[in-house]
Design a protein around this ligand. Structure first.
Ligand code: CP
Ligand code: NVA
Length: 303
């Protein structure tokens, strides 16, 4: 099988996602019933982190162990990547010693260059521009709670960040609509959206974006790597909090999601994230199950 990377959400087709969703359901069931499942015995995942992480590290590392394999954690602080070794060289070396690689880094071009020199599949564990594993877990979580997502409306209230660009790709793949509201000056970068994407509408007013939506979702106002903009962002995003008033504008059975970590009182009110419409803990847990399906698929193909 040709090497398949997962660098952006659109790297997999709807057929592949349908397959992976079925695998993730089976793998989740096995996990919940303590049934051993070791399709990746003797296989190794290398995880490279150039930014902080709790969920991504834990879900990949635990997931690989649960599949019978091993996971090795590298970061920039104590690997040669932090001392300027070219990513092309790192990719050549790492991919001769393992079966699959996950990277969390800054620019998407870094992971693109890495993948171009890798002998094994590379997974995007978050870049400045994309966070496909998280949005895959979110789509899976929506389907688990409400059934098909095709034809539904998802409201994105917040920054035009990595999560939003992955949601924009997911809308095209799965056939749902995205209502997007970002503050002036923090608009969608058209270079990061396919020019024929008809699956989104931009709203000036964040409450209007929530009207009639089936899912309301947001994320931090300041992503990793943009910390020096924090004070300016706090001002610009005033009014973009997802609170009970905005959830009122959504459909009655609308869900709330946040990829976490969250800042209560900034992008989301405690009454929403800790309220009855929030599914954030299931969403976080589902990172484990969908990524195990993804690891199995990228290493072994369809089984
Ligand atoms: N949502 C997410 O990717 O969390 P971490 O930054 O903790 O990995
Ligand atoms: N947009 C956030 C997501 C963190 C999981 C960031 O990039 O920091």
């Amino acid at each position: 099988m040709a090497i398949k990377h997962y660098l952006q959400f659109a790297d997999l087709t709807l057929d592949e996602y349908d397959y992976l969703i079925e695998r993730a359901k089976i793998i989740k069931r096995k996990f919940k019933s303590y049934e051993p499942y070791h399709p990746l015995t003797d296989r190794t995942l290398v995880m490279v982190f150039e930014k902080n992480s709790t969920r991504t590290r834990l879900s990949f590392e635990a997931g690989m162990h649960q599949l019978g394999g091993a996971a090795i954690y590298l970061n920039t602080r104590d690997s040669q990547l932090g001392r300027g070794e070219p990513v092309e060289d790192a990719a050549q070396v790492m991919s001769r010693m393992c079966d699959i690689i996950m990277i969390r880094t800054f620019g998407q071009e870094i992971i693109d260059r890495f993948a171009a020199h890798s002998r094994v599949p590379v997974i995007n564990g978050l870049t400045n521009e994309h966070h496909p594993c998280q949005v895959f877990a979110d789509v899976f979580t929506y389907i688990e709670h409400r059934g098909t997502i095709a034809g539904k409306t998802v409201a994105w209230v917040g920054d035009a960040n990595n999560m939003l660009y992955s949601w924009l790709q997911a809308a095209e793949v799965f056939g749902f609509h995205l209502n997007v509201s970002t503050p002036t000056g923090y608009d969608i970068n058209p270079a990061l959206v396919s020019s024929d994407n008809q699956r989104y509408t931009v709203f000036k007013n964040p409450a209007d974006a929530c009207d009639g939506s089936d899912l309301v979702t947001t994320d931090v106002w300041t992503s990793m790597g943009y910390e020096e903009e924090n004070a300016a962002r706090l001002k610009a995003f005033d009014g973009w909090i997802v609170d009970a008033a905005k959830m009122q504008r959504a459909n009655k059975d609308a869900l709330f999601m946040h990829c976490l970590p969250a800042h209560r009182g900034e992008e989301v009110a405690a009454e929403v994230i800790d309220g009855p419409q929030s599914v954030v803990w299931n969403e976080a847990e589902n990172r484990l199950h969908v990524q195990k399906a993804l690891l199995e698929y990228l290493v072994l193909g369809k089984i």
